[in-house]
Design a binder for this molecule. Sequence first.
Ligand code: SF4
Length: 225
Amino acid sequence: MPRLTPPFVIKKLEKLYPYADCSLDFTNPLELLVATILSAQCTDKRVNIVTKSLFKKYKKPKDYVLVPIEELEHDIHSCGTYHMKAKAIQESCARIISEYNEKVPRSMDELLTLRGVGRKTAAIVLSSAYGIIDGVPVDTHVFRVSRRLGLTKWEDQKRIELDLMKKTPKKDWVHLAHLLVAHGRVVCIARRPRCEICVFKKICPSSLIRSPNPKKTLVRSPKRA
Ligand code: SF4
């Protein structure tokens, strides 16, 4: 029986999801940074609806800084937690202006100095906007699917990320995350995984086909990931 390792999972999933990639719409690093901040606890689909008009109105960091915060909150309110997100966007943009010459920084350490930017957001911005791989973006799907598959036993994002980084060639860190997100959306869904149609149904330690125990507690998504 093949071992469930990140490289094996990648090989299987990239046949199923050959176009798995960042699903946020953006045309430059600033747009991606804003979209990624908005995507916390919100679907990418909703974010893409909101950013369609948002990015026409706000083109540079100063556009976000100069507008009254209530107006920015109004413009992003349907993404949820808009007080927090508006504050994060304004303060990040203010720092981008004062510290980074109006350019979204290109390193993990610098990105982490921006308000509302954690390792997940930074890893997405670096890879999708700049082609720099530094970290595995662990979102709710990566958290859940990697644990169900037994790729990691840890329960917090940071440790899961380090574990996946150790077991995966660096070039594939973000690719693995995109594939796990795709699988998590379509097959290994949070409430009721569709194990009967899953490519891992015979080898996954959480498979309901291998061990159809109705009392089994499946790994759920974290509240915040
Ligand atoms: S077998 Fe089931 S639990 Fe395991 S990865 Fe597939 S859908 Fe998820």
